[in-house]
Write a protein that binds this ligand. Structure first.
Ligand code: A3P
Length: 300
């Protein structure tokens, strides 16, 4: 099925989830060609759940021995989406087959792929998956702003109300949102060594604890010396919204896929949805969330 949607093209339903034309081609190419390796780390997110933040944090965490100095760090010169590229939205965009020979192990990649659409090589390898999501109200509002900011949809159907209606029906990029989240939630319960399930709100609330959890999961725990020397705080400061959003690179540059880097930084707060959605819309998303996730032990 095809539905008129955002990001300059129609949304197409593939394996139960919605993708725009350009992304769908990337999904197919990635499914056919990406060869996962056991040490790989995949950062899997729903769009607008804090992907940019997660990429920065994991890049800094995994490369902290190589780049111990926060004043001379690659994150100051490159956008996190350049340092940790997307599979289906970057490396395998359209029908282009990526050359991954220059990547050093452990390779870090980002993806929005739903769990059932991951390439077979990912399913058959021991690579780790870090999953990040965010409460559906803030996710929707962030998504709506992002699409308006990019101004790639001039088809006149991106009013808040209409986009909300579609999101509620599951028709959004990589939606249904709830199915995406639930797929990885179940996998994280079944295979906790393989999938770490994170929420944006939890990282906001307890950044240090979540970063240490992440480090432990990735087999790179912080040593007591690192903890006392401020390494954990250093990474959080380097990757903070204020720091990243004010860097020249993120204010001025474009990604090779065409987006302005600054489009990935808006407010970076929890609860902004209430400033944009009516009480009825807020209730509706709460109700769908309750219906869809009830009984699985997952709440937002
Ligand atoms: P808002 O639109 O609510 O501000 P993604 O990276 O998945 O595209 O998600 C973008 C959202 O994450 C935006 O949310 C953006 O402001 C927020 N964000 C980007 N960098 C962040 C950071 N370092 N810390 C916290 N939030 C961040």
């Amino acid at each position: 099925p095809t539905e008129k949607g955002w990001v300059a093209s129609h949304l197409h339903q593939y394996q139960g989830f919605w993708h725009n034309t350009r992304q769908l081609q990337g999904v197919l190419t990635c499914q056919n060609h990406f060869q996962a390796q056991d040490p790989d780390v995949l950062l899997v997110t729903t769009p607008k759940s804090g992907t940019t933040w997660l990429k920065a944090i994991v890049f800094a965490l995994m490369n902290r021995v190589q780049y111990p100095n926060p004043e001379n760090h690659p994150l100051l010169a490159e956008n996190p989406h350049v340092l940790v590229p997307f599979l289906e939205l970057g490396l395998y965009i359209d029908s282009q087959v990526a050359d991954l020979t220059t990547f050093t192990s452990p390779r870090l990649f980002g993806t929005h792929l739903p769990i059932n659409s991951l390439p077979d090589s990912v399913k058959n390898s021991a690579c780790k998956l870090v999953y990040l999501c965010r409460n559906p109200k803030d996710t929707f509002v962030s998504l709506w702003h992002f699409t308006n900011k990019l101004r790639i949809n001039n088809m006149g159907d991106n009013s808040l109300e209409e986009t909300f209606d579609k999101f509620s029906r599951g028709v959004s990029l990589c939606g249904p949102f709830w199915d995406h989240v639930l797929g990885y939630w179940k996998e994280s319960l079944e295979k906790p060594q393989r999938v770490l399930f994170l929420k944006y709100e939890e990282i906001k609330e307890q950044p240090k604890a979540q970063l240490m959890r992440l480090a432990q999961f990735l087999g790179r725990p912080f040593t007591p010396e690192e903890e006392t020397s401020g390494a954990v705080d250093g990474i959080l400061k380097l990757c903070s919204f204020d720091n990243l959003s004010n860097l020249e690179v993120n204010k001025t540059r474009k990604l090779s896929s065409g987006e302005d880097c600054k489009a990935f930084f808006r407010r970076g707060e929890v609860g902004d949805a209430k400033n944009h959605l009516t009480p009825h819309m807020m209730e509706k998303l709460d109700q769908i969330t309750e219906e869809k996730l009830h009984g699985f032990g997952l709440t937002f």
